[in-house]
Design a protein around this ligand. Structure first.
Ligand SMILES: Nc1ncnc2c1ncn2[C@@H]1O[C@H](COP(=O)(O)OP(=O)(O)OP(=O)(O)O)[C@@H](O)[C@H]1O
Ligand SMILES: [Mg+2]
Length: 399
């Protein structure tokens, strides 16, 4: 089995990056040539001496462009500004070694390619006939603080997406060691990712993930969880979660990921592969401060433009304009507080939106799903949508 190859063209101090990539299962190459020697991915530092960065970029973007992560400091240079039809991505310097690994893993997944498995081989994947690799829209629900409503948002968002679109929707419980979506949402539990982990990576096939997936009978939502035994948490590795995401993208239209409230490797990987990160905040000073710190981190690793702020229990505490000012970001959706209904629904294993269809909290939760299907309602029609990197550039130059 072959390791995915990366051409790593970075300036000074790249040894740590090279080591991190190698231990994550990538193989480094210096070859630009076509054929077998052509790299699967490339990382180009936009500030290499002379015209070296531009020349490398041109060499990698012939007939079959190599998906490239462009790392820049102050400004994206002219040669890299078009991003090769969306297959290239951008990161602001300095990019920490672990962030580089996640970004390249995400680039592989978005490109529909296989991930390096443990021991460096490509993970085998069996693709069902008629499916397009890398189709699903992935929404990662996150908060750096516990108890703010991530699971409530993730469960109801997933069920609402299923109701709105009637398409295949997967809820992935990646809150490893803690998460329990199959009890909040009464879905029969058979097995989880911890059971898939019993087999070697070559056997992490579509069939294995399919087998570990259950269904919420009332909505038809598909649910894949990490497992139930906290003692097995260590088995659910970043590689396994990424392999699950790759499978999930292939077989669903939407994938909603419920995450652990921390910056551990698994969570960072689940944020990196997301098309959108739904950052759940409550209108309290503590959680807001944590969220502002998270946004700084997300901007640093190039994920800032994928974040949407969802204010839960929005009718109490810090006002929305003050939240927007603290986070330097528009609020995309608000959800009212409704403790009694939330508790009843959770205890019965029903999604709030199904159990209490006429409540205001349900309208709000449906609107969260509409952010995904219809785009953010807060966007003014006249403002052209900017690419995520132009946002970064203006932020960098205003700093
Ligand atoms: N809008 C709301 N109104 C009232 N209660 C809510 C609301 N949102 C969530 N809750 C309740 O708050 C509690 C915590 O919510 P939830 O489990 O979704 O948070 P979480 O961020 O996933 O927590 P954890 O970090 O522990 O995983 C639950 O009892 C839930 O029913
Ligand atoms: Mg939770």
């Amino acid at each position: 089995m072959q390791r995915p190859t990366v051409l790593l063209a970075m300036g000074e101090g790249f040894q740590d990056h090279a080591d991190a990539l190698t231990s994550a299962g990538f193989a480094l190459t210096a070859s630009l040539s076509n054929g077998d020697g052509r790299p699967d991915l490339a990382v180009i530092d936009c500030d290499l001496p002379g015209s070296m960065s531009a020349e490398l970029y041109a060499a990698l973007h012939g007939e079959e462009p190599v998906p490239t992560l462009l790392v820049f400091g102050e400004d994206i240079p002219e040669f890299a500004a078009n991003g090769s039809g969306g297959r290239d991505e951008y990161a602001v310097k300095p990019i920490p070694p672990h962030a580089l690994v996640y970004r390249l893993q995400a680039l592989l997944i978005r490109g529909g390619q296989h991930l390096p498995g443990v021991g460096g081989g490509w993970t085998e994947a069996v693709t069902a006939e008629g499916t397009t690799i890398g189709e699903a829209h992935v929404i990662s629900v996150f908060a750096p603080k516990g108890g703010v409503g991530k699971t409530t948002v993730a469960v109801n968002l997933a069920v609402a997406l299923r109701e709105h679109t009637r398409s295949n929707v997967l809820l992935l419980d990646a809150d490893v060691g803690v998460g329990n979506v199959t009890s909040v949402l009464a879905a029969p539990y058979r097995m989880g990712l911890a059971d898939v982990a019993d087999s070697p990576p070559e056997e992490w096939t579509d069939a294995a993930f399919e087998h570990a997936t259950t269904k919420h009978p009332a909505s038809g939502l598909r649910v894949l969880t990490w497992g139930t035994d906290p003692g097995e948490s260590e088995l659910v590795t970043v590689d396994l979660l990424l392999a699950a995401i790759r499978w999930a993208r292939t077989h669903h239209s939407y994938v909603v990921v419920d995450n652990h409230p921390s910056y551990d490797d698994r969570t960072m990987a689940m944020l990196s592969v997301a098309n959108e990160i739904f950052l759940v905040v409550t209108p309290e000073v503590g959680p807001l401060r944590n969220s502002a710190q998270f946004l700084e981190l997300a901007r640093e690793v190039g994920l800032g433009d994928t974040v949407r702020v969802i204010v839960n229990r929005a009718n109490h505490g810090v006002r929305i304009p003050d939240i927007e000012q603290a986070l330097k970001l528009r609020v995309s959706a608000t959800i009212v507080s409704n403790g009694p209904k939330a508790v009843i629904a959770a205890n019965e294993g029903s999604p709030i939106i199904s159990r209490f269809p006429k409540e205001r909290i349900t309208t709000d939760l449906h609107n969260v799903a509409r952010l995904v299907t219809e785009g953010p309602a807060t966007t003014t029609a006249s403002a052209p949508r900017r690419t995520w990197w132009s946002t970064l550039v203006s932020r960098t130059s205003n700093a």
